[in-house]
Design a protein around this ligand. Structure first.
Ligand SMILES: NC(=O)c1ccc[n+]([C@@H]2O[C@H](COP(=O)([O-])OP(=O)(O)OC[C@H]3O[C@@H](n4cnc5c(N)ncnc54)[C@H](OP(=O)(O)O)[C@@H]3O)[C@@H](O)[C@H]2O)c1
Length: 289
């Protein structure tokens, strides 16, 4: 594997990284803090967050954030009072058994999209540079179901994950459109890691799939350090608005980070607007600027 790209001096910058206690979030946090940035680990389990922070060189802080509970998202944002250079919407769950967040949303769309939607809008007045959201190559699938976002009566673990990761890209596009319309200099970008061995692949609804993915993690997957490179590139590089960064080599799984293609569904500006409106209704959180 090629060497990790070197980073500019990030002294004076502050990064909020959701789910920074594990996998790609942890590796991204190490890189950003290692280059001099202050990293705030926004985690649902503070003890795990403290253990992760102990492995990170540089300045860190740990704050509790449960994206599957809007009260927790509000509490995090209400307590926030300093500039954020970049918000990194990284936390996620994948292909879990059907379930609901505290607020009654299907768990994958609730955690991966709606929680980050609310967090971003609530924190946006503090953000000074950009918002980066971590999507997935698996976003490439059917369009989000705007009439049945919770996939009530139609739940399939893979469909729900794909929908939530497509929502991350539609959210990024509409966020960028709104920022530009408001005359803001902030930008919105997305990233994906390819396929990296992390804890993500251990919670599948079907235990057999966990075994298969365990093999995949050993045989095909890259490391979490490799998977964090596109995220960090999206955080620090000079990019056109609404960039989508991933590995540029073999099938978006290997190689240096750079622009990656997104599906036709992810480029549908009308659906992006309607998903935004629906997300405002569902979370009762509105445009942050
Ligand atoms: N690994 C891959 O191959 C891959 C591929 C494509 C996209 N991605 C994306 O990369 C991102 C990071 O995943 P990963 O691979 O690093 O997986 P990971 O090691 O399982 O990390 C996921 C992180 O999200 C946190 N999280 C889960 N639910 C949360 C909630 N309700 N509130 C706050 N934090 C929560 C987890 O916290 P706990 O430790 O407490 O569970 C953990 O810190 C995800 O968005 C995922 O969809 C990963």
């Amino acid at each position: 594997m090629s060497a990790a790209p070197s980073l500019p001096d990030l002294t004076g910058s502050t990064y909020v990284v959701t789910g920074a206690n594990s996998g790609i979030g942890l590796e991204a946090a190490k890189k950003l803090a290692g280059a001099g940035g202050k990293v705030v680990l926004a985690v649902r389990d503070v003890e795990k967050g403290e253990a992760a922070a102990a492995q990170i060189p540089g300045e860190t802080a740990v704050r509790r954030l449960d994206l599957a509970d809007l009260a927790s998202v509000h509490a995090f944002a209400d307590a926030w009072d300093e500039p954020i250079t970049t918000l990194v919407n990284n936390a996620g769950i994948m292909m879990v058994a059907e379930g609901r967040t505290v607020d009654g949303f299907e768990r994958q769309i609730g955690t991966n999209h709606l929680g980050h939607f609310a967090l971003t809008n609530l924190l946006l007045p503090h953000v000074t540079d950009r918002v980066v959201s971590v999507s997935s190559g698996l976003h490439n699938g059917p369009q989000v179901d705007l009439d049945n976002l919770d996939l009530e009566g139609a739940y399939k673990p893979t469909r729900a994950y794909q929908q939530s990761k497509l929502a991350n890209l539609l959210f990024t596009a509409e966020l960028q459109r709104r920022l530009a319309e408001a005359g803001s200099t902030l930008t919105a970008h997305a990233a994906h890691p390819g396929y990296s061995a992390t804890n993500l692949q251990t919670h599948h609804a079907n235990p057999l799939m966990n075994k298969l993915m365990w093999v995949g993690n050993k045989v095909i997957a890259t490391s979490a350090e490799f998977g964090a490179r596109p995220t960090v590139h999206a955080v620090v590089a000079d990019l056109p608005p609404n960039s989508y960064i991933g590995p540029t080599g073999f099938q978006g799984l290997r190689g240096a980070p750079g622009p990656n293609p997104r599906s036709k569904q992810a480029r549908d500006a009308d659906v992006a607007r309607r998903l935004w409106d629906l997300s405002e209704q569902r979370t009762a959180v509105s445009w942050g600027l």
